[in-house]
Design a protein around this ligand. Sequence first.
Ligand code: ADP
Length: 361
Amino acid sequence: MKFKSRYRLLLIEDDDEQAESILSNLHDGGRVGFSVTRVKTEEEGLRLKGDQEFDAILLDLGLSGRDPRKTLRQYTECYREVPIVVLTSSIDEKLLRQAISWGAQDLLEKAEVRGGVIARSIRYSVERKRALLQLEQKNQDLKGFAHTVAHELKTPLQSIVTALGIAKETSSEQLPDNVRQLLSMGFESSNHLSNLINDLLAFAESDPGSETTGKVDLDSLARSAIAELQVADGADGARFEIVGPLPEVKGVHSRLRQVMRNLIANAIKYRREEPLVVEISSECRKGECTIRVKDNGLGIAPENLERIFESFYRVHSRDEIPGTGIGLGFAREVVERHGGTLGVESEEGVGSTFYFTLPTT
Ligand code: ADP
């Protein structure tokens, strides 16, 4: 790895004294050179986008009256390819974890900023960001490849499913038992493969670059998902309740619809004999909403609570309950791309509550 010897920095710091101290520490940083553009407000920093190129951003997250999460989000969206080192008056573990999950590369306590420390943090942040962008690109390429392959497989496979289905239905009387069984097996397996490919396609089509983020009305989204699913197999006698109205959030409508649809469809699929009740509720505070989808279904054993989010992991066999094991892993990825988290609380034989967080508009 070869480090640059000169870095162009954008420093956002409202306090003159602190800015002076950071600048003098920077220039104390040994062999590494810095050219610094300093601004006093977040807005000024965001306005510079397009006028000037930067290798890294030093962002004071303590600017008065500002929501640190919103600030970081604005900066990571505006300067997508530039690493951000957050400066703060005091650090605790929670803030460190949060800042990193909100998109910062590093967090430095102002009192500890010495030349060597800040130079090293900037150099490593630049390299980490570069590696991250490369990885994202590779991931995109891989998804593009998976998408093409899945598309190519889909059409011939659908013909096989249809042909086997027709053969199974029409010739059952004239065929020996073992041939009928083989036809049935062929039909079930090709049908499963077809579902798998459809799920993989939905996953591979999640290209964040090509999707429009905007206001998403979760209330109407949940109502339309319920309208669609309440006539699905297994939903008879089910009661769907929205404790609403559900909030408006920021995100990609089609993706959030998939998440909501997946959670409701699972509540139907993993129900018990008794009447199913699915309740969807929300709670919002400090720029973030938590949405809960609660059911009174089969529930999940503690040892499976994390595993169900792994791709292809299933608790039940396909003979018991059909499925591919892709939905929840995909839903988690979508929610995480929106800057939130997806998790579950559950008790076997009682029911499950899946919850996810999203930023509000
Ligand atoms: P699939 O439903 O295709 O198996 P998912 O990724 O959606 O795939 O779910 C993974 C596993 O999580 C399921 O196989 C099931 O065992 C468990 N699961 C998901 N939702 C529920 C639920 N509401 N209640 C009980 N188990 C669930």
